[in-house]
Design a protein around this ligand. Structure first.
Ligand code: FES
Ligand code: FES
Length: 162
């Protein structure tokens, strides 16, 4: 292993992975190209669009702003990890389908991850809080209203299940 390479042991969607990577490899490229988790999208590559958002120890982070070695010892969840192991969609994914909250879908993985983290912290959000939570994720298709509707629907359904 050269000085330009680093060992990485990380858990992605509940599965432990061990690799040796270029020290400068971005986390998003590690997820997509080394591990095949291509549901995490690459948009701007400089922290603006939110398409690459993943959960990092439960926090929503931009995987284009982290290097792969920074995942060493940490737990990552990508959009592929939101459904249950038996295939049932996350309530937010179901609400996105019900409320027609996506068109091309490019922004959707990052928005789902961002809002899963948001709903974990905010059980009964109002519309203003949802719009604030969405403010770091760009969507070029929907105009956002259906996304907001989906998040409020998911929050109501999740609250009713408690
Ligand atoms: S690709 Fe990471 S924020 Fe745009
Ligand atoms: S659905 Fe197309 S960018 Fe959001």
């Amino acid at each position: 292993m050269s000085a330009a390479h680093r060992p990485v042991t990380t858990t992605i969607n509940g599965v432990r992975h061990r690799r040796t990577v270029d020290a400068r490899m971005l986390l998003v490229d590690f997820l997509r190209h080394e591990l095949g988790a291509s549901g995490t999208h690459v948009g701007c590559e400089h922290g603006v669009c939110g398409a690459c958002t993943v959960l990092y120890d439960g926090l929503a982070v931009r995987s284009c702003l982290l290097f792969a070695p920074q995942a060493d010892g940490h737990e990552i969840v990508t959009v592929e990890g939101l459904a249950s192991p038996r295939g049932a969609l996350h309530p937010l994914q179901e609400a996105f389908a019900a409320a027609h909250a996506l068109q091309c879908g490019f922004c959707t993985p990052g928005i789902l991850i961002t809002l899963v983290a948001f709903l974990a912290e905010t059980a009964e959000p109002d519309e203003a809080a949802v719009r604030e939570a969405l403010s770091g994720n760009l969507c070029r298709c929907t105009g956002y209203q259906h996304i907001v509707d989906a998040v409020l629907l998911a929050a109501r359904r999740m609250a009713a299940e408690k």
